[in-house]
Write a protein that binds this ligand. Structure first.
Ligand code: ACO
Length: 448
């Protein structure tokens, strides 16, 4: 099979959201801290009737329906998530309910977990399967789903929630350049979830930023080396039209792109423009540590790369800014934003993707974009995803109601024997929602 990659995708995020500007005031943070400081506009969250399973059910059923995919045509289904509802039973098995009617039980794959990286692991598994000798000609289906919630404090405004379903197969409009992959994997305690009684992570914010940037450098280096070896020419930012990043919050994406720009400058000053060469010159011989913690360097990088950021990164920032960190879904929601904003003008373009999961695991990889065929064209993906429509249909909650919801969810996490309000008035038609958890912890869902 040739040009294996993404044939179609759909995204679901809860319509319930809170404005960062309002949250900032409510939390007593200084004005602009969440909106300019973190670069975030809005945060979506699950109320008690939604969870990572209901969002996944919604995303998968929507994708199959919109593209008229016969459920029998799915041969592998993989879920990436770090939202643990059950330590044994995979989210994937819940999704098998959608295949019952068709009689298709011959679907490989389970869940992949490592912070925000699980979705990329799941995607690679599906792509590798289609490229392998065990492929049986059917589609792969990847689901990235998370509800990102933090305890009260500085990390809380970086929450979010979403599920993305991605159909994988050959002759794809979004094709993997499978040879160009750079990974960086190491042991770190930057963000982890050791307390199994709580949904909240333990997070060292500053360390997580540094780990993210270090992993970015390392992946970029390997990616460039592999590119040069195979293409016979050096890689620089000019070789890619867009860079899409895992987006915990937009400010980190701005810093990341600045960092790549700095990496290019260090690799070869002629990769960057004249003015940037002068402004970055004083930082040429900083040690690694100094360079990760240097505020002046950070500002100089962001300044130098600002214009290119606007063309190569900005179009991918819409959904992450509006919805927040979606953990495994964040990178693919950023990519969905790029499709939404650039549509068919992406044909022929190269997109570099950077996936990061704390703990830590990271990979840089790339797509080559084509027109596509049949229902699997860029413009069809954009139309069916309807990002603008979904953003428009949202319901803004005041911060007090958001905090109240978080409290209730804390209470519900790991609990049994309760019924939810069943109130689905805010949810669009076709959305799955949680109705009850019985005395055996079994979860029941209905569809609006
Ligand atoms: N107006 C404008 N900017 C402001 C204002 C203001 N009033 N107040 C603060 N800022 C700026 C700060 O200068 C800073 O920007 P800078 O980094 O460019 O200097 C930014 O806002 C954030 O302020 P901090 O004081 O650094 O924020 P704090 O330490 O309170 O929290 C953090 C930020 C660490 C990101 C926290 O939200 C967090 O822990 N989030 C979760 C961890 C995370 O997402 N890590 C990323 C990788 S791992 C992952 O994906 C989960």
């Amino acid at each position: 099979p040739k040009n294996v990659g993404i044939l179609a995708m759909d995204i679901y995020f809860p319509p319930t959201c809170v404005k960062q500007e309002a949250l900032e005031a409510h939390d007593g943070a200084s004005k602009g801290k969440y909106t300019i400081g973190l670069g975030q506009d809005c945060l979506a969250f699950c109320t008690e009737v939604e969870d990572v399973i209901s969002m996944s059910l919604t995303a998968v059923s929507s994708l199959l329906k919109k593209y008229k995919i016969d459920p029998k045509q799915i041969g592998r289904m993989e879920v990436g998530s770090e939202t643990v509802i059950d330590k044994s039973k995979s989210i994937k098995t819940f999704l098998m309910q959608l295949f019952e009617e068709s009689g298709n039980t011959d679907i490989e794959g389970v869940d992949s977990t490592n912070a925000c990286y699980g979705g990329t692991a799941a995607l690679f598994n599906c792509v590798n399967w289609v490229e392998s000798s065990s492929w049986d000609g059917r589609y792969g289906l990847v689901i990235c789903a998370d509800s990102a919630v933090y305890a009260e404090g500085p990390a809380r405004p970086t929450g979010g929630a979403a599920a993305i379903a991605i159909l994988v197969g050959p002759d794809a409009p979004i094709a993997f350049e499978s040879k160009f992959r750079g990974s960086h994997m190491a042991h770190a305690y930057d963000f982890y979830k050791p307390n199994l009684a709580s949904e909240y992570p333990v997070v060292d914010g500053k360390l997580s930023q540094n780990c993210y940037l270090m992993a970015l450098d390392s992946c970029y280096k390997v990616f460039c080396e592999k590119f040069e070896k195979l293409e016979g020419k050096p890689f620089s930012m000019a070789e890619a039209d867009y860079f899409v990043f895992h987006s915990p919050y937009n400010k980190l994406v701005q810093k990341s792109f600045g960092r790549l720009y700095y990496d290019d400058f260090l690799r070869n000053p002629s990769f960057v423009d004249e003015a940037a060469r002068t402004s970055l010159e004083p930082y040429k011989s900083l040690s690694g540590d100094e360079s990760y913690n240097g505020r002046d360097l950070e500002k100089a990088n962001q300044q130098a790369s600002k214009k290119i950021y606007d063309t190569k990164v900005q179009p991918s920032t819409l959904i992450p800014k509006e919805v927040g960190n979606m953990y495994t879904a964040s990178l693919y929601a950023a990519f969905a934003s790029l499709l939404h904003n650039e549509n068919s003008s992406l044909v022929g373009k190269r997109v570099v993707m950077f996936s990061y999961g704390s703990g830590l695991t990271a990979t840089m990889f790339s797509f080559k974009i084509q027109e596509g065929q049949g229902p699997f064209t860029l413009s069809n993906i954009v139309t069916l995803m309807d990002v603008a429509g979904k953003l428009k249909q949202r319901v803004e909650f005041p911060p007090e109601k958001f905090v109240e919801t978080m409290k209730l969810m804390e209470h519900r996490y790991g609990a049994k024997d309760y019924v939810t309000s069943g109130d689905c008035s805010n949810l669009p038609a076709g959305t799955f929602y949680l109705t009850k958890v019985d005395s055996m912890y079994r979860r029941f869902y209905a569809r609006k």
